[in-house]
Design a protein around this ligand. Structure first.
Ligand code: SF4
Length: 490
């Protein structure tokens, strides 16, 4: 598993980047940015550039470092381009879904990098197929590409994007290359992050600001929900078009809790600060008497330090300690798909330091519990090395439902919290006590209202119209057939 992820955590599926520079090739900066986004996807990596005349593309399975060699980068000419890293869907490693997706059509070339998931892709695909479009993958990114290509035959770039946004429904942060123009688009609910940065000689859009940092760039701001940002093809500036005015947003709160790098800023918040604040809230809501607070490395660290700091400020005699050591060289979990292999992976990955734990009352802090495999194994391990009591505190509410917006959360019947209350989960993982953070504390830490967050996986109510599920707001899928779903061209 990637750094910061453990065996049964939820997994982000993609990271996107787009770069436009004055007069140097964009491929190398995109390559570095993809390295910074590697935690968002490890199955495949790709770059598409444009040199003003033609598109160049290199997309490979594997990690960024394995997917490109110096020659590949040299061959990607042009000062504009986009890149993508992708995580596998459960059990499948499918090169037809690797991105950026690229296509040539009458009015030029298109490249698309997508983070998120459309919930009406099948409808749009069926309608386009009926009009003669042939698809090479079952991915929703190709659906967006075909729809946009079709619209570009009839409209200018801005109107074409607006039309496509009026037909697709779901979660999408997109980096698009239309010939040598790079665009960034964020869905009207702003479900997945996307930000804009300035370099000395150009502009960059990326899933996370850490990708801007590695290019020595400066974060300008987040791309707004419903906004299209067009980077000038000479790297000199950008234009902004607010194509859809959202009533409310549906930011994925899990980006702050788990997916994003702690050194990234999302929606004006440094992820590290948010996680520490969540840790403080966790102490305020469910602090428990113990001798030592241990983070589950790496993603539990900021929570645990916030928790311990708040506990000590309240006069609790508790120590913060790194009592679990992580083996960073254990293979990624997707090549170990069975439950038995996952359990073994936990044992291989986390080794407790006996001296820190033996004879102590221990509080273990983690960011989430999905299947419960890690937590169960951890509690057992801690008891084996002599912990007197093991209390678990989780920096998010219980995950009770799957994610349809591009996160691999496991299915409902695999989720330990689906159909169980906290007491039953505590019993199942054999902890002395277990508490989760409340939704109210999440909203407060993010300085937002709960109505502006996606909470689908912790409430079972989604911010999109998803077949067979309930929604927590007034959303409707666009009518795909005919013009009803097409937003105005004004
Ligand atoms: S369902 Fe959960 S993981 Fe998926 S987008 Fe919503 S908050 Fe994020």
């Amino acid at each position: 598993m990637p750094d910061g992820r453990h065996a049964d955590g939820p997994t982000e599926k993609c990271g996107v980047v787009g770069v436009s520079l004055e007069d140097r090739d964009a491929a190398r900066p995109i390559y570095y940015a993809l390295y910074a986004l590697q935690h968002r996807g490890q199955e495949s990596a790709g770059i598409v550039t444009h040199d003003g005349f033609q598109q160049h593309s290199h997309v490979e399975m594997g990690l960024v470092g394995d997917a490109f060699d110096a020659e590949d980068i040299e061959g990607l000419n042009g000062s504009t381009g986009i890149g993508h890293v992708r995580y596998p869907t459960a059990g499948s490693v499918d090169s037809s879904c690797a991105q950026p997706f690229s296509v040539s059509f009458k009015s030029g070339s298109l490249g698309l990098s997508h983070n998120g998931n459309l919930v009406n892709a099948d409808d749009v695909r069926a309608e386009l197929a009926a009009k003669g479009h042939a698809f090479t993958s079952d991915g929703d990114t190709e659906v967006i590409a075909h729809d946009l290509a079709r619209n570009l035959l009839e409209s200018d770039l801005i109107r074409a994007v607006k039309r496509t946004m009026g037909r697709i429904h779901g979660s999408y942060s997109l980096a698009i290359a239309h010939d040598d123009t790079v665009l960034g688009v964020r869905d009207p609910q702003g479900n997945r992050p996307l930000c804009l940065g300035k370099l000395d000689d150009g502009y960059v859009i990326a899933s996370e600001s850490a990708a801007i940092d590695v290019l020595d760039g400066e974060l300008v701001r987040d791309v707004r929900p419903g906004e299209l940002v067009v980077l000038g093809d000479d790297g000199s500036g950008f234009e902004s078009y607010q194509l859809v005015e959202p009533d409310a947003t549906a930011h994925c709160f899990f980006e702050h809790v788990y997916f994003a790098r702690p050194d990234s800023r999302i929606d004006d918040n440094l992820v590290y600060d948010v996680r520490r604040e969540l840790g403080r809230q966790l102490w305020a809501e469910s602090g428990v008497d113990s001798d030592v607070v241990l983070p589950v490395p790496d993603s539990g660290r900021a929570f645990a330090s916030g928790y311990a700091e708040a506990a000590q400020a309240d006069g609790a005699d508790v120590e913060f300690a790194e009592g679990l050591m992580k083996n960073r060289y254990v293979g990624r979990t997707f090549i170990m798909p069975t439950q038995d292999a996952r359990e073994r992976a936990v044992r291989l990955k986390l080794n407790p330091i006996t001296d820190v734990i033996e004879g102590k009352k221990v509080t273990v802090i983690d960011d989430s519990i999905v299947r419960g495999t890690t937590s169960t194994q951890l509690v057992e391990l801690l008891r084996e090395v002599g912990a007197e009591e093991v209390h678990m505190r989780i920096g998010a509410p219980p995950i009770v439902a799957p994610c349809y917006m591009g996160i691999d959360m496991a299915s409902r019947d695999e989720l330990i919290a689906a159909g169980r209350d906290v007491e039953e989960i505590c019993e199942a993982i054999d902890a002395d006590s277990l508490s989760y953070l409340s939704i109210a504390a999440i909203a407060e830490s993010l300085e937002t209202s709960r109505a502006d967050l996606c909470l689908g996986c912790v409430t079972g109510e989604y911010p999109y119209d998803i077949e067979g599920e309930t929604t927590d707001r007034d959303v409707a899928r666009p009518e795909i057939d005919g013009a009803a779903g097409v937003v105005g061209d004004d």
